[in-house]
Design a protein around this ligand. Structure first.
Ligand code: FNR
Length: 189
């Protein structure tokens, strides 16, 4: 069985190290996971003024999330938290009230930073958001990536063998997490 995994990159930068990390990770993933980027760059800044007549760009974003079996978030840490654009995307997905698109969608978080903290603070904030949005998130393993020159080679692969093994295992665990969560029978059935 294959699973469609939507991924969100928390950075809009053309040379984003998190986008490079994501692409390198996909080469290490179990075949059952099929990755598709979900873009949120065209979303305006959310306001509940939009709720009565949700714009097409917001509807499409919600539909993109809902059409996935699971969501992977690959993000930098900005000012010790979640980058603003990514947080805005969560706000769009959560509304209009009662139509939270993340409910029941398994998720996992990974991030790379040029600093030694490796996005740990951002990821804690993200876990709080995903918890509130009722997404069954993978709690363990965690992946805090301290990005260094040469970590990803010219072929776009993780150069270091132990890092590659770690990230491959992380995605294997995510696969198991998705299978486990999606096999659960809803309480009201
Ligand atoms: C950063 N950076 C950063 N790094 C970190 O470890 N903790 C932080 O709080 C921040 N804060 C921060 C704020 C802003 C506005 C910028 C632009 C950068 C540095 C960050 O790790 C570095 O720029 C990475 O390259 C960002 O990842 P992407 O965008 O290249 O994927």
């Amino acid at each position: 069985k294959t699973y469609k995994v939507g991924y969100l990159i928390g950075s809009m930068a053309t040379e984003s190290i998190n986008r490079k990390l994501a692409n390198a990770m996909f080469k290490l993933a179990p075949e059952a996971l099929q990755f598709e980027e979900i873009s949120y760059r065209d979303l305006p800044i959310y306001s509940y003024d939009y709720d009565p007549d949700y714009p097409e760009v917001g509807r499409k974003f919600k539909k993109d999330i809902e059409s996935c079996d699971a969501v992977l978030i690959v993000t930098p840490e900005y000012n010790r938290s979640v980058p603003g654009g990514l947080k805005n995307a969560f706000d769009w997905a959560s509304r209009p009230w009662g139509t939270n698109s993340f409910a029941g969608i398994p998720s996992a978080v990974v991030g790379a930073s040029i600093g030694a903290i490796g996005t740990a603070v951002c990821q804690q904030h993200l876990r709080s958001i995903l918890g509130f949005l009722d997404s069954p998130q993978m709690n363990s393993p965690e992946a805090y990536i301290h990005f260094k020159d040469g970590m990803i080679n010219d072929a776009g692969e993780i150069a270091n063998e132990s890092t590659a093994e770690f990230l491959g295992n992380y995605l294997k665990s995510f696969h198991e997490h998705i299978e486990h969560m999606l096999s659960k029978v809803p309480a009201d059935s």
